[in-house]
Design a protein around this ligand. Structure first.
Ligand code: THU
Length: 154
């Protein structure tokens, strides 16, 4: 199978997972359900849905819900993602999600922006988000075993 065919096959599978995840969305306030599915570099798929909250700002988008699951399972390199809502136009990740995903995006990270029926348009992530926030002043690879509060107490 050609590489391009393999990719579209995996994007089709991701779109199907995103559609299924949309079914579990908790969106009583916006009534705008979103589903997302992320393919990681080691071939795993993690899905997520939006989870709203009465304190509106506490709402979590589907893409970040999926990303948190992936990272929590130890998969920190993302190669593709599908996202879907109930629109007939392709659904794209919001700005906060783009910044969040950029931390784990492979150089050729692809986004399948799906219509409600599961058909999609493919974007390169770096075209959707070319200038991520990054600062030399912040450690890029913090020692995750170090607990700063404990350090301050001693
Ligand atoms: N939402 C997502 O889940 N992903 C996005 O990229 C944009 C917005 C959710 C948040 C909220 O629950 C609803 O869609 C309406 O904004």
């Amino acid at each position: 199978m050609k590489e391009a065919d393999q990719k579209s096959e995996s994007l089709d599978a991701l779109a199907a997972r995103a559609l299924a995840a949309r079914e579990t969305a908790y969106a009583p306030y916006s009534r705008y359900p979103v589903g997302a599915a992320i393919l990681t570099a080691d071939g795993q798929v993690f899905d997520g849905c939006n989870v709203e909250n009465l304190s509106f700002g506490a709402t979590i988008c589907a893409e970040r819900a999926a990303a948190v699951k992936a990272v929590g399972a130890g998969a920190k390199r993302f190669t593709a993602m599908a996202v879907v809502s109930r629109d007939s136009t392709p659904c794209l990740p919001c700005g906060i999600c783009r910044q969040f995903l950029s931390e784990f995006a492979d150089p050729d990270f692809q986004v399948a922006a799906c219509r409600a029926d599961g058909t999609y348009v493919v974007y390169r992530f770096d075209a959707l988000f070319p200038h991520a926030f990054s600062s030399d002043a912040i450690e890029r690879e913090p020692d995750s075993t170090r607990i700063r509060t404990t350090e301050a107490e001693t």
